[in-house]
Design a protein around this ligand. Structure first.
Ligand SMILES: [Zn+2]
Length: 185
């Protein structure tokens, strides 16, 4: 079972804005306090979505086509359709992503996150809400996929995958808003 504290709310949903560390120049997730390569402070005491607070390096967007969880599910769906894997293997992949997304939703609803969000500017808090809503939609799509049983039409899998992908596009759109806010500081 995954510990909630170990989870990056943005990364689990598939996309996470990145930034370049001012110390070592490596890419690191935009919302962490310390660089993931060298451990140096990224420029603000607290990792936050208050994009105008403190001096943080600019964010870069993770391209939608690099969303790991979506790629993983699409590949499993294709392998199932092509007869390379069994239904149980496909469902195991779905379950793993489902656990991750549920953990992200648990984190969002935790006291820790509620406190974080309550200290943010309304526009930044709004981004969190949009992403949490998309995560809930993603969970719904994953539940659809997890109900797939041997012999059922593959169109059910396509429908579930479309829902997951649609939710990830919403995360993508929320990232655009965050980037725009960052530029306007
Ligand atoms: Zn660094």
């Amino acid at each position: 079972m995954i510990e909630i504290q170990e989870i990056d709310f943005f990364a689990v949903i598939g996309d996470c804005p990145e930034t370049l560390c001012p110390g070592c120049g490596q890419r690191t997730r935009a919302y962490v306090v310390n660089c993931e390569s060298c451990g140096g402070l990224l420029g603000s005491e607290e990792a936050s979505l208050n994009l105008c607070e403190g001096r943080r390096p600019p964010m870069h967007k993770t391209p939608m086509q690099e969303a790991d969880n979506l790629i993983r599910l699409q590949q499993a769906g294709q392998a199932l359709a092509g007869g390379q894997i069994e239904v149980e293997d496909f469902l195991a992949e779905v379950d793993e992503v489902l656990i991750i997304v549920e953990s992200a939703l648990d984190l969002y609803e935790s006291d820790f996150m509620r406190r974080q969000i309550s200290t943010m500017e309304p526009s930044a808090a709004q981004i969190y809400h949009r992403i949490a809503t998309a995560a809930a939609e993603m969970e719904f799509g994953l539940r659809q996929l997890s109900h797939y049983r041997h012999g059922q039409p593959l169109s059910l899998i396509e429908a579930g995958l479309k829902r997951v992908e649609g939710a990830l596009w919403k995360v993508d759109a929320a990232q655009d808003v965050a980037l725009e806010m960052g530029r306007q500081c």
